[in-house]
Design a binder for this molecule. Sequence first.
Ligand code: UDP
Length: 344
Amino acid sequence: MKLVTIAGTRPEIIKLAYLVPLLNTHFDHKFVYTGQHFSPNMSDIFIDELNVKPDYDLQSNTSDIPIIRDKLFSLLRDLNPDYVVVYGDTNSSMAAALAARDINSKIIHVEAGVRDFDLHVPEEPLRIQIDEMSDYLFSPSNFCTTVLSYENTRGKIFTTGNLVVDVCKDLSKIANSRKISDSMPKEYLLLTLHRPENVDNQQNLKLLMNHISSTDYPVMFPVHPRTRKNLENFNIQVPSNVTIMNPLGYMDFLALMSNSKLILTDSGGIQEESITIKKPCITLRHTSARWETILLKANILFPPDREDNLHEVIKAMINAKINKNPYGENVAQKIVEILKTELT
Ligand code: UDP
C-alpha cells in the first residue's frame, strides 16, 4: 500500500512530527513538503529540530493553490500513491486534496471536522471541501466528530485525537528549562499574532496593541514575519510592556509557553497547545475553530473591537484551573493502527 503525506507550513511540520516516522515504518510512504512556508525560521528550523526530513521538497515559495496543485500533480502522477494524507486546512492541504483527486488517489484527512462556523474565515471553505473529498476523516475531538456527523460526511470518520498533544507534551518537558534570554521577567504573558484579519487590518492591529498596553504584565512577543512587516508599514509602535523577538524554533517557543502565566494568541495550534500544557488562553478573534477549549473554559474570545479592559479579562483568566484535555493522546499510534486495519 503506497501512501504520500503532504505538508506545507510550520504547524503541519510540528503536528506531523510523530506520524511521519510511524508511517515510514509501517507503509511504503513518502513525505512531501510544498514550501508554502519557505523562510528558514518558518520551515527549516522545524524540519531540523523535529527531524522530519521531506523526501521531496517542491520549494513552491507561494501559497497559491493552483501553482502548488500543479507541482503536486506532476509528482503524484509519478509516485502513484493509493492514498494521500492531508493535514488540516492550509492552501497546501487544499492543493494536495485536489491533486490527489486529479490522479484518482484516495484522500485521508487528518484534523477533520474543525470549524469556525464562519465562511468569511479563509480556512473554513477549504476545511469543508477537504472533508467532503476525503475517504477517511481523522477527527481531533468528540466535538469535531459531532460536527462531521451533522454534515453527513461521505467518508469514514474516526475520533483519533489531535497529533499536537503528544509532540507538545513530550517536547515541552525537555524544553522547559531552556533559557530564551538573560533578561526574562519572572512572570510574563506570551503574545502571538499572524491572522490576516488582525495584522493586515491597520485599525485592528492598532486596537490590539492598545489592548495589550492595558495590562501590567510584561508581554513576550515572537513576531511573525507578516506582522512585523505590517507593524512597520502602518507605523504602529508596540507598547512599552512588550518585548519583541524574531519567530522562535519549536523548542524555544515551548520553553516560552511553558513558563508563561497566560497566552494571548490568534493561532489555532497555540490554542490547542495551551490547553495541552494547562495554560489559560485568550484568543484575540471574534471566533475560534477550537470550541472544545472554550467550552472547557480554558480559552476565551477577545476580538480587537471588544470594549472591555483586556487586563480585567486577563485577571479573570490567569488562575483558571485547566484539568481536561479534549484532544486525546497517543494519537499518531492510533492513526497508524486504524490505517493498518482499514487499508490492508
Ligand atoms: N510556533 C513556534 N514559534 C513561534 C510561534 C509559533 O514554534 O515563534 C509554533 C506553535 O507552537 C504552534 C505553531 O507554531 O505549534 C502554530 O503556528 P501558526 O500560529 O503559524 O499557525 P496556526 O496554528 O494558526 O495554523
